[in-house]
Design a protein around this ligand. Sequence first.
Ligand code: S3P
Length: 443
Amino acid sequence: MSVAAVGGLVARRAGALQGEAVAPGDKSISHRALILGALADGETTASGLLEGHDVLRTAAAMRALGAQVERDLGDATGPLWRIRGAKWRDPERALYFGNSGTGCRLVLGAAAGEGVSASFDGDQSLRRRPMTRIAEPLVAMGASIDSNGGRLPIRLDNSALRGVEYRLPVASAQVKSAILLAALGATGATTIIEPTPSRDHTERMLAAFGANLEVTAEGGGRRIRIEGGQRLKAAGVDVPGDPSSAAFLAAAAVLTPGSDVLIRNALVNPLRAGFYETLREMGADVEFISERIVCGEPVADIRARHSRLRGVKVPGARAASMIDEYPILSVVAAFADGDTLIEGVEELRVKESDRLAAIEAGLGANGIACESGPDWLCVKGRGGAAPGGGRVETRLDHRIAMSFLIMGLASERPVAIDDASMIATSYPEFAATLAGLGAYIGA
Ligand code: S3P
């Protein structure tokens, strides 16, 4: 079933989930493959690319900026994307990123480095999200940026950039990546200090595209130094499955009695694996099998089985490694025995929705008590099936939509969501993949 065409959806209990699945291509790596490919000399190929709306918007932006981006039929394993880089030109129209913070912020950084003049815009969710965190370091590098009070729409005007030293005030891979991409086109070196390590796909992929950058440990964080004035060289990218999307499948298996599911070829980069670590601490039977390195990234098959869970305390220090997984973790916590206390998650207030508010409302509508503060959440687990029976407002947030559908698969009564359209931003095959494992999600 395509979830793009439907309004709401409802998930209800069926039997055990069994079998194998593949999660869609990693969203973070897919955006980066397109952007780095569009900056590089020669032809970059990408297999396994996520064909969700967010990534397709980045592909469209790369074309508007002068790169050639084509989708070939590829082979039995799926389509092959070909990206031929170019010196970027000013696009004819505003670049529109829909729901995608990653696409918008990374392209803004890269475009500033390429000396492009362009306007940036997005949907109602993206227009509410903070852009000062990106604009501030880019302006310190010499970029000319006009925003709508720190939000979209943004106007970028061509100006020469110079390297800076910048300490990230928030643990954000989007901010780090925007600066790194801008730094490629700057004069002199740029140094970024990140007090807490965030996902490092940009660093890994820059190295694979021949860039000269140094990453050193500093305190508990990292110092990253990159020379300006570098041209990238095209590379081949095999995009592994997205651990943030695989998290929904793993959670469904852990919560649904009798389930045993194998998710093949998922990224297990330690800076993305905090959710799986937390699941194990809760007592879940989740293992990484056949760990290997693919295109410079750790990959494994993930086996998840139904388990009895206990509430845990999730430390704030883990937030960067599971930042997108808190909605599904909160749903998992609703079924656990005892409270789950989640700390250090103020960033959830500025995601596709205010996720702390959306989670609290969604859990409440389904009979689960929960408390929250500015940067914490406490879910009162039921020690068994959640009551369910609620209708959840998804607030233009794909992860809220998917999380509460997973809740419905294991709750006493069905769980409905008001709008499923956003699921296609990151996981177009979500409902079909779950149906293939034996789940019921329908209109
Ligand atoms: C992403 C970084 C994270 C994450 C987002 C993808 C990336 O955002 O939430 O879904 O690809 O760099 P922040 O950098 O804002 O934490």
